[in-house]
Design a protein. Sequence first.
Length: 245
Amino acid sequence: MSFRLDGKNVLVTGGTRGIGRAVVLSLAQEGCNVVACYRGDAEAAARLENDLAATPGKHSVVQADVGRADQVARLLDECRARLGSLDVVVHNAGAISHVPFARLELAEWQRVLDTNLTGMYLILHGALPLMSEGGSVVAIGSKAAMVGVPLRTHYTASKAGVLGLARSLCKELGPQGIRINVIAPGIISTHAAEGLSPEQEQRYRNMTALGRLGEPEEIADVVLFLASDRSRYMSGETVHVDGGI
Ligand code: NDP
């Protein structure tokens, strides 16, 4: 299926690993011009730059922490300089950790909230003025926000915030013809899943109707749909991509 995204200008946060990397490569293969950011892993960034060099289009990989206003401003300067305007924004950058609430320090709460929720505010606040009618925003939330997960109170709270922000913002953006939707992934095989023991992984598999973890490309496919006009009457929606948890 063609998503007719040829020539679209896209910003993807957290684009160098896992789901974000699959999203960047899928969009570039569809003919988009992509600016992707990452926080600190320069090797993964170099790998992505190398892979993007093989696809036509104007691409750029920029170090910028989405939780830092000054770094987001620099990232958006790059979008302006390289692309001029934006058609699609994918807020994917995410931080996670596993800590019992009783031992959850304010600094760790803040780190996760800064990336997952304040990062979304900073990115959208800066990027929306570059978008016009027909624009699409896709935020990566989490199934965890719907079901609740022990040791992840900070993470689930931030992802529930992503849903609330998107639902309200869709009403402000609708009159400008800009849509915003959220994807709630289940358990996806990324860096985040690498530390699982075989027993934990089996337990997660058993939680899904399909009996397996998801692949980053299976989230990227839904991003393509939500970024494109194929979803032109969808806004404020949350799409669960979780293998039937
Ligand atoms: P990964 O850890 O594999 O990759 C995270 C990416 O985000 C990296 O490119 C990383 O860059 C970047 N990043 C992290 N923090 C920041 C920051 N503050 N500023 C800019 N970039 C940042 O994550 P996943 O692919 O697993 O997750 C992607 C999204 O999907 C997240 O929002 C996550 O919460 C969500 N999700 C994931 C699930 C899963 O099972 N994997 C399930 C449900 C939701 P660097 O490496 O340089 O730090």
